[in-house]
Write a protein that binds this ligand. Structure first.
Ligand code: C2E
Ligand code: CA
Ligand code: CA
Length: 290
């Protein structure tokens, strides 16, 4: 009936609202499932956060020269009582559009600070752990103070926390981004640029944005026909980063060949399935306790 047709058309429009490639779009049942999933996630997210269903998984970053643990990235997983294990691509985009990502990122940062404090108290050697900071945070001018406040609750040195931001934040409010990054670095935090080279990266952002670490994506290696060109770009980016006094992390590294190439190019750190997938904190401790 007309009402159903209208709703379906509306759903299709909404799902492709920002997508200029879709001048015409057709409704299908998958869109309906997507909408239902979104609603379910939205109805459930506050409860899940309070119930601590969002878990920190850690993926090691390995030093290329020594093949030793040198850092880790905190990646969220939702362990749902009915749905089971939910990967971030099923809920992060939803949280990014409804604003809940702000709460989730704060929670992850707090969990990481708490974990570092616990390891420091146990006199373990710690490595910097990075958290992802969604671009949505860069609308608040007191973001750096806010981050300090969360970390300082646990009295951990700022140098053991790294903040990963994507270049896309550059396109929102450049002023807030530049100020925040400066304040964070002045306060001793490490700041890295995530997904460099994926999407809309521009070399120009490196001119204004002084950061500690550049994370390049293994997308450069993925398309088999263009591997040679990808390697050339990676090698030049590593060179450039060194001249700009930044460290390089290569991400998504899956093979020994890629590792060998990166070692030869004097890449600093390597993160990827070749060394380890993201894992629960207990497993991380077990694997790297030496
Ligand atoms: P990201 O920040 O670029 O994280 C790296 C992603 O690459 C992770 O996916 C990781 O599991 C995956 N990865 C690592 N090594 C390999 C590899 O060798 N091969 C392949 N194919 N993939 C590899 P994950 O954990 O599914 O996270 C996806 C994205 O979700 C992240 O991309 C990040 O943008 C977002 N995300 C995850 N946790 C958080 C969070 O707490 N806050 C925010 N704002 N975003 C998060
Ligand atoms: Ca990241
Ligand atoms: Ca990344």
């Amino acid at each position: 009936d007309v009402e159903v047709l209208y709703h379906n058309a509306y759903t299709a429009c909404e799902l492709h609202a920002d997508d200029s490639d879709h001048k015409i779009t057709f409704f299908d049942e998958e869109m309906k499932r997507q909408r239902l999933w979104e609603r379910k996630v939205e109805d459930d997210m506050e409860r899940a956060l309070a119930a601590k269903e969002f878990k920190v998984y850690l993926q090691p970053k390995i030093s290329a020269s020594e093949e030793k643990l040198a850092g880790a990235e905190a990646l969220v997983r939702w362990i749902h009582p009915q749905e089971g294990f939910i990967p971030p691509n099923k809920f992060i985009p939803i949280f990014e559009s409804n604003g809940f990502i702000l709460k989730l990122d704060d929670y992850m940062l707090e969990e990481v600070a708490r974990q570092q404090a616990e390891w420091i108290a146990q006199e373990r050697t710690i490595v910097p752990i990075s958290v992802n900071v969604s671009r949505a945070h860069f609308t608040r001018e007191d973001l750096a103070e806010h981050i300090c406040e969360i970390v300082d609750r646990y009295k951990v040195p700022h140098s053991c926390i790294e903040l990963e931001l994507t270049e896309s934040a550059f396109f929102d409010d450049k002023k807030v981004l530049l100020q925040t990054v400066k304040k964070l670095r002045d306060n001793g935090f490490l700041v890295s640029m995530d997904d460099f080279g994926a999407g809309y990266s521009s070399l120009n952002s490196l001119k204004e944005l002084k950061i500690d670490v550049l994370k390049i994506d293994a997308d450069f290696f993925r398309n088999v026909e263009e591997v040679e060109r990808g390697m050339l770009i990676v090698s030049e980016v590593i060179d450039l980063a060194k001249k700009l006094d930044m460290k390089i992390v290569a991400e998504g590294i899956e093979s020994r060949d890629q590792v060998d190439f990166l070692v030869q190019q004097e890449c600093d750190l390597i993160q990827g399935y070749f060394f380890a997938k993201p894992m629960p904190v207990e497993e991380f401790v077990e694997k790297y306790k030496q």
